[in-house]
Design a protein around this ligand. Structure first.
Ligand code: ATP
Ligand code: MG
Length: 429
């Protein structure tokens, strides 16, 4: 084993044990997104590096130090996508999906960032994102947030997460605010840590996002972005709050919420939890009215969010024990000839009960041994194809979880017999 190759640090295998919880979350998300009229879009994992540089912003963590880039054989610089919005907007512009129309889109899949791996932070991680294009009014901000709220609620997380809200205003009001902030932090430069001193010239708003406890008071006393908002952004923000209140979605205003990416305008929000340690943000989103135009499309208002699936898996795992996946029917056979009949019967059973798991024993062995495997599989029912049964064109059917006697059933009657079994009471056959 010493020379066995291992996975890349921070890139995890999702093992069969964990797959049911991922499938559960993905199913709930797919259904909830559908119930709000969102359509799925599937996007490439690799894009031109330029796409992310132009959209995310040169002075962000992602572009400065987190992106996986490489030259392909053609010497073009390509990148593994660090997030989904840029690719979604690129595809929307490229295929004319955003021109004078409203789109509600969603996607999911892996993203890649070169970060220090720790609980809730990986180098390959998965997001489920939703984006809306073509609506400038705050009603859609409220609807999008209520979609995210419902997705979390459907996972049973309602009482474990809370919503934080802020407005970044227009690019102009943000610029004015940036000036005030630089003045303030420059006056207290000696108190800033190294990272924040660097950000003072590159991306001062990011200082507000610093997790360094030493800076807490300094940040708390900094000028507030909300005090610098232009009147249109202010009205947008007030209306959004009214809508959320009437939708019964509680929120906290967090003037330090600035998000890691450059492209946001007006509304920004995060769903956070205190139950995952330092990596507490499970969903992040906001409005990005300038991005479509920046990528060569017609100016189009837009907004979206992304859920971090790994953090949600951790939360759901912490709170609920997921149902283990188990077989329903286990078919065993005594020899090669009866196995061939087993192949045929398994196929018939799957035709009739496509949602059940019908496992056909392979690999031979004694019936006693096969019984042990059947028991371990969790199956409700074993179907035994012994030589004796075979001679009378029958199988033996045994309920594994009930103390019922084994029954001989003719091949032709097998399906109707299975339909009657009390062991399948829990299934809608
Ligand atoms: P953070 O402040 O935690 O680094 P971010 O601002 O970089 O987050 P976004 O780019 O907004 O995160 O991504 C949205 C969501 O995706 C995050 O809230 C989080 O749930 C998830 N996410 C981001 N980066 C990672 C990662 N490296 N590993 C796992 N999940 C991640
Ligand atoms: Mg980050």
């Amino acid at each position: 084993m010493s020379n066995a190759i291992q996975a890349i640090r921070g890139m995890n295998d999702i093992l069969p044990d964990e797959a049911p919880i991922w499938q559960h979350i993905e199913k709930i998300f797919r259904e909830t997104l559908h119930s709000f009229g969102y359509q799925e879009i599937r996007l490439p994992i690799v894009e031109k590096t330029e796409l992310f540089k132009r959209t995310i912003g040169e002075a962000t963590d992602i572009i400065e130090k987190e992106m996986y880039t490489f030259l392909d054989r053609n010497e073009d610089s390509l990148a593994l996508r660090p997030e989904g919005t840029a690719g979604c907007v690129r595809a929307g512009v490229e295929h004319g999906l955003l021109y004078n129309q409203i789109q509600r889109l969603w996607y999911q899949g892996p993203n890649f960032r070169y970060e220090r791996p720790q609980k809730g932070r990986y180098r390959q991680f998965h997001q489920c994102g939703a984006e809306v294009f073509g609506i400038a009014t705050p009603d859609i901000d409220a609807e999008l947030i209520s979609l995210s709220a419902r997705m979390l609620e459907q996972l049973g997380l309602k009482s474990h997460v809370s919503l934080e809200l802020n407005s970044l205003g227009s690019p102009e009001s943000r610029l004015a605010y940036r000036k005030q902030l630089v003045e303030y932090f420059t006056a207290h430069k000696d108190q800033l840590d190294e990272d924040s001193q660097r950000r003072l010239t590159t991306n001062p708003l990011r200082i507000l996002d610093s997790k360094n406890p030493v800076l807490k008071d300094l940040i708390a006393n900094a000028p507030k972005l909300t005090d610098c908002l232009d009147s249109e952004s202010k009205e947008h923000f007030t209306k959004l709050q009214t809508y959320l209140t009437s939708a019964g979605i509680p929120f906290t205003l967090n003037p330090c919420l600035v998000r890691g990416l450059d492209y946001y305008t007006k509304t920004v929000f995060e769903w956070v939890t205190t139950e995952l340690g330092a990596q507490g943000t499970v969903c992040a989103g906001g409005r990005y009215d300038g991005l479509v135009e920046q990528l060569g499309g017609k100016a189009t208002p837009a907004l979206g969010f992304a859920m971090g699936l790994e953090r949600l898996v951790l939360l759901v795992q912490q709170l609920h024990t997921p149902k283990q996946s188990a077989a329903d029917i286990y078919i065993m056979s005594e020899n090669d000839m009866t196995f061939q009949k087993g192949l045929e019967l398994a196929s018939k059973i799957r035709d009739k009960f496509p949602t059940l798991c019908t496992m056909l024993h392979c690999g031979g062995g004694s019936l006693k041994n096969q019984f042990k495997k059947a028991d371990k599989s969790g199956a409700q029912v074993a179907i035994i194809l012994g030589e004796q049964e075979f001679a009378s064109q029958s199988v033996a059917v045994k309920a594994l979880r009930l103390t019922a006697p084994q029954q001989m059933v003719r091949w032709d009657d097998l399906i109707s017999h299975l339909e009657m079994l009390p062991a399948f009471g829990g299934y809608s056959l």
